[in-house]
Design a protein. Structure first.
Length: 300
């Protein structure tokens, strides 16, 4: 059973619900050291996806992760809700990827792995990734169902039909198998997603989800992909802020009010403890921890 522990490094403040320079500093000073310490203790190698933005404001974040020997990937340039990949055409996506890749590669050397901010991609993304030298993507969460709890939730209904095992997507749809050269390695989900947010809101749901995912992996060799963020390892100093972004009342209640209140649960040392438990349980179930590039080579 292969286990890919993946980390999206961005300057987003979960309690403040916005991008924030101080959060970038805190990620470097507190969030990353806490997380890197856990991974070092368990002796596992992971993939860290960086936004170009956080590297421009605090380049030390990337240097620190490199010092620990983890693999580096790209999480777009901007993490702004107004600049998601699914709102861009092919040429805009290529420009955005080039800009982000250049910023990261100046420090990290060649990179090949991509995950879109907010997991928002469209039919142009695969072609854009090929044209900018990437070879893996991990932006699809097959069979994850968010209901009204995230923005763009209608578009994410497409996840319900995506293949479960890693696949090469078609140029017409990222959710279908096809002839591209980008290996899509889906984030583990089964109705609930196997990510830090679920883990912090309900450690019990994550344990139940693991039973299912681990059994499936033994049966079908589907790799386990967990999505986590160093900013989840920062203590919440204030309560949740309610930045109203919804387009209608239902989206406001679910996506803005309820979700934001839940999203601050177990931030900081709670998250650090819970992620250690995820690693321990996975090791007990026989997991072998690999990076995206390790996995791609294994599949060749
Ligand atoms: Zn992100």
């Amino acid at each position: 059973m292969y286990f890919l522990m993946t980390n999206d490094v961005e300057s987003f403040s979960i309690p403040l619900n916005k991008l924030d320079y101080n959060t970038a500093r805190e990620v470097y000073k507190v969030g990353l050291p806490r997380l890197l310490d856990v991974y070092a203790k368990h002796d596992i190698k992971c993939t860290f996806y960086f936004t170009g933005e956080i590297i421009e404001s605090v380049p030390e974040t990337l240097e620190l992760v490199l010092d620990y020997g983890h693999d580096i990937g790209c999480h777009g340039f901007s993490h702004s809700h107004n600049r998601t990949f699914d709102s861009m055409n092919l040429y805009e996506q290529i420009a955005e990827l080039k800009k982000a890749k250049h910023t990261i590669e100046k420090i990290a050397g060649r990179i090949y792995d991509f995950r879109a901010p907010a997991l928002r991609i469209n039919e142009f993304t695969i072609r854009a990734l090929e044209q900018t030298g990437f070879n893996t993507d991990s932006s699809v969460a097959s069979q994850r169902f968010d209901g009204p709890f995230t923005f763009g939730s209608k578009r994410k209904l497409k996840w319900l039909v995506a293949p479960r095992n890693p696949y090469y997507p078609s140029y017409d749809s990222v959710m279908k198998k096809g002839a591209s050269n980008i290996l899509e390695i889906p984030i583990s989900a089964y109705f609930f997603s196997y990510i830090g947010t679920t883990m912090r809101i309900s450690p019990l749901i994550v344990k139940i989800l693991e039973k299912f995912l681990f059994a499936e992996s033994q049966r079908t060799e589907k790799p386990i992909v967990f999505l986590f963020h160093p900013n989840e390892c920062l203590d919440a100093k204030t309560g949740a802020a309610f930045a109203r972004r919804a387009n209608n009342v239902v989206e406001y209640i679910f996506a803005d009010v309820i979700r934001n209140r839940l999203k601050v649960k177990n931030l900081g040392t709670g998250a650090v403890r819970l992620i250690s438990e995820v690693i321990k349980r996975s090791k007990k179930a026989g997991a072998e921890f690999v990076t995206m590039q390790d996995y791609r080579k294994l599949m060749e």
